[in-house]
Design a protein around this ligand. Sequence first.
Ligand code: SF4
Length: 236
Amino acid sequence: MLMYDTWEEQEHDFPFPSDSETKGAMEVLQWAYDYYGDELVYACSFGIEGSVLVDLISKVKPDARVVFLDTGLHFKETYEVIEKAKVKYPSLNIEMKQPALSVAEQAGEHGDELWKRNPNLCCQIRKVIPLEETLSGASAWLSGLRREQSETRRNTQYVNKDNRFKSIKICPLIHWTYKDIWRYAHKHSLPYNTLHDQGYPSIGCQPCTLPADWASGDARSGRWSGQGKTECGLHQ
Ligand code: SF4
């Protein structure tokens, strides 16, 4: 398994973006699929970054494995965009990965609306463990993180040691701005989650996602709003 100990090592393999449209993303994806092949999986949330990354991936590896962590609590608009992606990219392997407990079973074991009382446990059951299971059969995973998204993502590199999942996390979009993402999506007429048109820049499960508070300057301010939580546990 490839490891980078310093940014200088990465910089050697990935000099600052030479491709003006994709800001290095295509070079990183090409390297990643050459290196990991079928052992590379994309955990996609099917927000706008997901729409863009799925499109880029389809140009590099048309039969790539794309996994959606289907908590059973997503917006109908999210499921709609997944169906559109399946039509647009028929050769991609888009999997719906469900947790061991259905929403009703979780309520039976932990009480109704666990996300209100213990969102960390809810995310652990419905997102973190399913991703662990997904990555147990992979050497590395792709994520659409961008540095601009939040303070906690500011230091994300193209290739990251992922101690949480004992894996390698590859993030081709780190240099993209929100405008870059939308410019690409419109130029290539990509299907996208229509909640973005209703003030949701970041979209997760329905019970834990509100439109963003744009005045805060934080595109992720609508996620777990008022609960003191900013990440689901997949990215630390
Ligand atoms: Fe549960 Fe909310 Fe996490 Fe979804 S985002 S798994 S509903 S706590």
